[in-house]
Design a protein around this ligand. Structure first.
Ligand code: NAD
Ligand code: UDP
Length: 336
């Protein structure tokens, strides 16, 4: 297939481009580089020995996007492009709705105009909202989201469902990610957040490499075994493989929703402990007040992805830590 990957120069996108190329697909990446790096794509070419077409373009720019579809005979789209910082989304909600929601509608219009109706969308476990019991299952309703980022993902899911109801040419996969971490085992591509990392794993690895003094653990009194929050961390390469499988499944019209997680939860303290055990690098930490909007614990029921896609997360926590550290220690300043 000839696959257009929006946001392919970012963290999950670049790992997915590598898997697509390895599987024999051709890839065109569209990215405005607001949080991605063209360097990541050049490194993916080094890893796979295959070339990637890159178009520097904002998905909200109808004309440029139309030109991309005109210049390439696209069969399907994997849509990663968007803004993802939860805290920032509270301060600049319009930027999040514009990029994530409006960007997706412009993309769908460009796809339809080009006769492309297969779409894999990056959604998030956050759409289950505050009410859902764990483990999350796909047939649970979307719940109350606590920030514009989460709401934008829930809105896009609704829009794509409506689109499929209105026009039976569309085949859409909604992939609800849990917490992707880790890096390609080569250490050549990985997560390179701009500024202070919001997420736990890049914060831990930046403390370990000496770019930050210490980790603040948000909350020590949650109703979990050790009092710190519990999440379902999965290896980014497993997640990338999930996209490949979802894409291959998209032969019939309709909406297909899958959780992509490991099915088990790990606490923040366990994350720090495992990182230190695997890397033998100490990560100083202190407890800080809970972060607004954090849920105590959630993890996936990923049995639907296993049954219907033949996908399950194969890489364990130690491998996630090892690969994170390989990337971080080979690239202390990321791609720059
Ligand atoms: P990322 O920021 O590394 O990648 C997103 C890419 O999209 C970047 O390269 C950025 O430059 C590009 N982009 C942003 N807006 C764009 C626009 N308007 N036009 C063109 N390109 C644009 O993020 P990621 O971690 O790789 O996440 C990819 C997707 O997965 C996002 O939609 C994110 O919301 C979703 N997601 C991520 C996580 C996570 O923990 N990383 C969890 C759940 C869902
Ligand atoms: N976390 C933390 N310190 C940090 C970053 C995150 O203690 O510097 C905690 C956070 O409170 C949450 C967990 O680590 O319980 C995972 O946070 P992350 O932002 O990576 O994922 P999300 O909250 O989106 O699940």
């Amino acid at each position: 297939m000839n696959v257009l990957v929006t946001g392919g120069a970012g963290y999950i996108g670049s790992h997915s481009v590598a898997e697509l190329l390895e599987a024999g697909h051709d890839v065109v990446v569209v990215d405005n580089l607001c949080n991605g790096s063209e360097q990541a794509l050049r490194r993916v070419e080094g890893i796979t020995g295959k070339s990637v077409s890159f178009e520097e373009c904002d998905i909200r720019d109808r004309e440029s996007l139309g030109r991309v579809f005109g210049n390439h005979d696209i069969d399907a789209v994997i849509h990663f492009a968007g803004l993802k910082a939860v805290g920032e989304s509270v301060n600049v909600p319009l930027a999040y709705y514009d990029n994530n929601v409006h960007g997706t509608t412009v993309l769908c219009e460009a796809m339809a105009a080009a006769g492309v109706f297969k779409l894999v969308f990056s959604s998030s476990a956050t759409v289950y909202g505050v009410e859902a019991p764990v483990p999350y299952q796909e047939d649970m309703p979307r719940g109350t989201t606590l920030n514009p980022y989460g709401t934008s993902k829930a809105m896009v899911e609704t829009i794509l469902e409506d689109l499929c109801k209105a026009d039976d040419r569309w085949a859409v996969s909604l992939l609800r990610y849990f917490n992707p971490i880790g890096a390609h085992p080569s250490g050549l591509i990985g997560e390179d957040p701009q500024g202070i990392p919001n997420n736990l794993m890049p914060f831990i690895s930046q403390v370990a490499i000496g770019r930050r003094d210490g980790l603040s653990i948000f909350g020590s009194d949650y109703p979990t075994e050790d009092g710190t929050c519990v999440r379902d961390y999965l290896h980014v390469v497993d997640l990338a493989v999930g996209h490949l499988k979802a894409l291959e499944r998209l032969s019939d019209p309709g909406v297909y929703t899958y959780n992509l997680g490991t099915g088990s939860g790990v606490s923040v303290l366990e994350m720090v402990k495992t990182f230190t055990e695997v890397t033998e690098v100490d990560v100083p930490y202190r407890f800080a007040p809970p972060r607004d909007g954090d849920l105590p614990a959630f993890w996936a029921d990923s049995s639907k992805a296993q049954e219907e896609l033949g996908w399950c997360a194969e890489k364990g926590l130690e491998e996630m830590m090892r690969d994170t550290w390989c990337w971080q220690s080979k690239n202390p300043e990321g791609y720059s």
